[in-house]
Ligand binder design. Sequence first.
Ligand SMILES: Nc1ncnc2c1ncn2[C@@H]1O[C@H](COP(=O)(O)OP(=O)(O)OP(=O)(O)O)[C@@H](O)[C@H]1O
Length: 227
Amino acid sequence: MISIENVSKSFVLHNQGAARIPVMEGATLAVARGECVALVGASGAGKSTLMRMIYGNYLAAAGRIMVGGVDVAQAAPRDIIELRRHTLGFVSQFLRVVPRVPTLAVVAEPLLAVGTERAVAEARAAELLARLNIPERLWLLSPTTFSGGEQQRVNIARGFAHEYPALLLDEPTASLDPVNREIVLEMIAGAKARGAAIIGIFHDAEARMRVAEREVDVTAFTPRVAA
Ligand SMILES: Nc1ncnc2c1ncn2[C@@H]1O[C@H](COP(=O)(O)OP(=O)(O)OP(=O)(O)O)[C@@H](O)[C@H]1O
């Protein structure tokens, strides 16, 4: 479902004389349907950078990033938007939302974007918010003032509303209490059971061992020769 071949990336620091910093070389990995692969490696090794390249936020300098038949490294912006709408979900560490949009609408939005009827989308959003223990009195408020853990759960509800065939998870249990962490781990297991291919960053080693079939150490993709 996800196949990365020989991907490399450099950052150009325009405010420092256009210095070119190579951060990744020859990154290669594949994730099948129903499988979860955890990216590991020391801080700064490039886990987030690889994840952002797969989502199309960072442009890869070379290589192929195939997600459901689309090469993200080459795709036109509108094809990446289509891919994100239907195929590739991303649960980032922090919730970013338009101010004043109610929580229920934030969670239902990805379903509306794929053509789900509003009543069905809102029922599914409500089901997810209830499962993640977001009190019903908060559903019609904007999540901007919610606690860190509440925001993370809203983000997870939103990321799991549409059943994406491929999912990227950046520290999905980072700010959660044990009860909600358990619920999120069950949701990840559920997504795998329905056939989702998942790539995740989990600093929580126990969570990683529970949900990931394999670990890929991105340190192996650190460029050997500095520019
Ligand atoms: N936008 C950017 N501009 C310049 N350098 C960047 C940029 N993003 C990341 N880097 C550099 O790329 C390297 C990899 O960073 P990255 O955030 O991917 O590491 P990580 O493995 O996710 O680390 P952590 O576990 O601390 O989150 C770091 O040296 C970082 O400074």
